[in-house]
Design a protein around this ligand. Structure first.
Ligand code: PEP
Ligand code: MN
Length: 363
């Protein structure tokens, strides 16, 4: 069976699909009051963590089973849906028993194929929407593998949640967005619903709006935003949660983009510019091929003279001058530097190959 396409489970739903709610269910009152305020914003899917995967023990590890009963009560009172994280087959069994509408698999579970398979096995025979967060580490195959396991269990409504990736590098984000990974996932599974979780990417409530807008600019299907009636006193993830009125402000300000347009003038303009981009790309590749033939020539020279391929002074010169040239063409020097790292790597590889190839002597 061909894995792609998956059903786009939010298809037909108004875009973007918004899921909001507290990081954790804390008390029945907190859950009810927060959900009520969110429902007033016309949002009908609430998230709430019941079991919290914490990095260190002795932090609040979730309210557990009792919270599922609160959810049942709030559902009855407000007529809304709930999404809950599951990390074990027992969690799956409990959420199914308590009428939870959507499950999600957390980043710390997606990294472990055994865990994902256990969850998938527990889901056999039920068709409930399942959202799969990216793994903690920037490993696309693990994310894809988890999606495949859930799909193979017979789940048809699958979405991916982009919540960012841990990194040892210092960054303004709690978890680096690495947008190229979800973009590649979408390229591989074009019909997959993509949801952005700006809260866990940012780790800071002040950055939520910008991340949401970026996700909409990238044509994501939905947003999952941690929302708490009193973020400062939340039992988990206090810094990154917004209150319902901040959520309202964010949603009001967001500009929703269309996936495609049916305006003919626009489409023909787009086609014309794309044609020019195609042309520019051919020219770039022609230039690169020309550069590569010069690299070959210089490699042969170095080989004849038995001179090392890598020369640090020349490399530093290239880095410096290309970034400056780029800047004079209004190109971001950081972008030009990254580009040249790739170009230079390939140049070193080509020359090293050439240096170590036995010389063929022709008579
Ligand atoms: C959460 O959604 O509260 C959570 C624990 O998320 P993640 O798995 O992305 O860390
Ligand atoms: Mn959280």
């Amino acid at each position: 069976m061909k894995f792609d396409p998956l059903n786009r489970w939010s298809e037909g739903a108004e875009k973007p699909l918004i899921i909001a709610g507290p990081c954790s269910a804390e008390t029945e009152d907190q859950l009810l009051e927060t959900s009520k305020a969110i429902k007033e914003l016309d949002i009908s899917i609430i998230r709430a963590g019941i079991w919290k995967p914490r990095t260190r023990p002795n932090n609040f590890e979730g309210i557990g089973l009792e919270g599922l009963k609160w959810i049942q009560n709030v559902k009855k009172e407000l007529n809304i849906s709930f999404a809950v994280e599951v990390a074990t087959p027992q969690h799956v069994e409990q959420v199914l028993k308590h009428d939870i509408d959507i499950l999600w698999i957390g980043a710390r579970s997606t990294v472990n194929p055994f865990t994902v398979q256990d969850i998938a096995d527990a889901l056999k025979g039920v068709d409930i929407p399942v959202l799969i967060k990216n793994p903690i580490n920037p490993d696309l195959e693990l994310w894809l593998g988890a999606i495949e396991r859930i799909y193979n269990a017979g789940i048809t409504k699958i979405g991916a949640i982009h919540r960012g990736f841990s990194s040892h590098q210092k960054s303004k984000y709690r978890n680096m967005p690495a947008w190229q990974l979800p973009i590649e996932l979408k390229r591989r599974l074009p019909n997959l619903s993509m949801i952005c979780d700006p809260s866990h990417i940012a780790g800071d409530s002040n950055m939520i709006y910008d991340l949401c807008q970026k996700a909409l600019d990238m044509d994501y299907d939905g947003l999952m935003i941690e929302t708490h009636r009193d973020p400062a006193n939340a039992w988990s993830d206090a810094k990154q949660q917004v209150n319902p009125s901040q959520l309202h402000e964010i949603l009001q300000k967001l500009k929703v983009r269309k996936s495609v347009s049916h305006d003919e003038t626009f489409n023909s303009r787009l086609e014309d510019i794309r044609h020019q981009i195609d042309q520019a790309d051919r020219e770039i590749l022609e230039c690169l091929a020309n550069r590569m033939s010069l690299v070959k020539k210089i490699g042969e020279c170095k080989k004849e003279e038995n001179v090392a391929v890598f020369q640090v002074d020349r490399w530093n010169d290239i880095f410096k001058s290309r970034a400056e040239w780029g800047e004079s063409f209004n190109l971001d020097p950081k972008y030009v530097t990254e580009l040249y790292k790739i170009i230079h790597n390939e140049s070193i590889r080509k020359q090293t190959d050439l240096m170590n190839k036995p010389t063929v002597h022709t008579a």
